[in-house]
Design a protein around this ligand. Structure first.
Ligand SMILES: [Zn+2]
Length: 325
């Protein structure tokens, strides 16, 4: 679609359909004026360091400019003023950072080395690889609730290839970068900065989370992973078949009971193929901008939307903005 046409449609959507209140499920309305916003202007530049004194002004911005992507950042001591309106610019570097929700980012792209569909290397997601996002969400959600005691967790479909998980508990809001980094380290079992698919030193962390990993990831792993992968850890054809039969008949009580004897190797495979691959930079960087719920991911046309249950949400439930016009 030509930029001009797309720009018109985007503005129309924002004018007619966008409800500023939608964002207040994750954003505290009382601190709205102190939040940073950022915008990707279609075919042009990226704008950040913007604040709005009231939601109606944010709304006005969205239907005045052709906004290809809208984002929200942290809360600051004072409202930010870009060069807009002749004010002296105030940027996030000039004022004190106050707080932000704890956010986790899941993107199917991170799974390129272990997905088997045609999305590999294509910056896409499909029905076949989407369950990787569901599994990752299941682990993150339970770990945040049970191990960290967080209660107010909201899941958002990013409109692109995955989820954002927003933790809204008061304690989470003021966490420092170091503390956020600590939470990520606790959860992260795959340290693979070079994309080599090596699983280094997983024993201690994995042991702690072993029961959860088997329970939440086991079934999908066995049923959706090519048989040849099991040969890598010497699981014989007969053993593999027995697992599949037991799992599909639903007659097992615990996944761990149907796993072949070499549990450790099996655990390693589960982690490698299904365990969350969190983009840690998004969680740790407290000044990072995150896609604003209710806005449009213009590359796909999907709306950034809340998801009640990230484990059962599927791509056919994603809403394309043009169907709303
Ligand atoms: Zn795919």
């Amino acid at each position: 679609m030509a930029h001009e046409n797309l720009g018109k449609l985007l503005k129309k959507f924002y004018q007619d359909r966008f409800k500023p209140d939608y964002i207040f499920k994750v954003v505290n309305p009382e601190r709205f004026a102190y939040r940073e916003f950022g915008f990707d202007i279609l075919g042009s530049h990226f704008v950040r360091n913007r604040s709005f004194s009231e939601p109606a002004h944010l709304h006005e911005y969205l239907y005045t400019f052709p906004v290809a992507g809208a984002y929200i950042g942290a809360e600051y001591e004072f409202p930010l003023r870009g060069t807009f309106g002749g004010h002296q610019p105030i940027t996030i570097h000039d004022v004190k950072w106050i707080g932000r929700e704890l956010v986790f980012d899941l993107d199917a792209n991170e799974y390129d080395p272990v997905r088997f569909c045609s999305c590999k290397g294509q910056k896409k997601v499909c029905e076949e690889c989407w369950p990787l996002m569901q599994d990752a969400a299941a682990i993150i959600d339970e770990t945040l609730r049970k191990d960290f005691g967080f209660k107010k967790i909201v899941w958002v479909f990013t409109g692109g290839r995955g989820y954002h998980c927003w933790v809204l508990d008061k304690e989470a809001y003021s966490l420092t970068q170091e503390q956020r980094s600590g939470i990520v380290s606790y959860m992260q079992l795959i340290h693979d900065p070079l994309g080599e698919q090596r699983i280094e030193d997983i024993s201690s962390g994995a042991e702690r989370l072993k029961e959860r990993i088997f329970r939440l990831l086991g079934k999908q792993f066995v049923l959706n992973t090519p048989e040849k992968v099991f040969a890598e850890i010497n699981i014989k054809k007969t053993a593999y078949k027995r697992m599949v039969t037991t799992l599909t008949q639903g007659s097992y009580s615990r996944f761990i009971d149907v796993v072949p004897k070499n549990h450790e190797a099996f655990l390693g495979m589960l982690i490698k193929y299904r365990y969350p691959r969190i983009d840690h930079k998004v969680t740790i960087d407290t000044k990072r901008l995150i896609r604003l719920p209710g806005t449009i991911h213009s590359r796909t046309g999907f709306i950034v939307q809340y998801v009640d249950d990230p484990v059962s949400f599927t791509l056919d439930q994603a809403i394309h903005f043009e169907t709303e016009l």
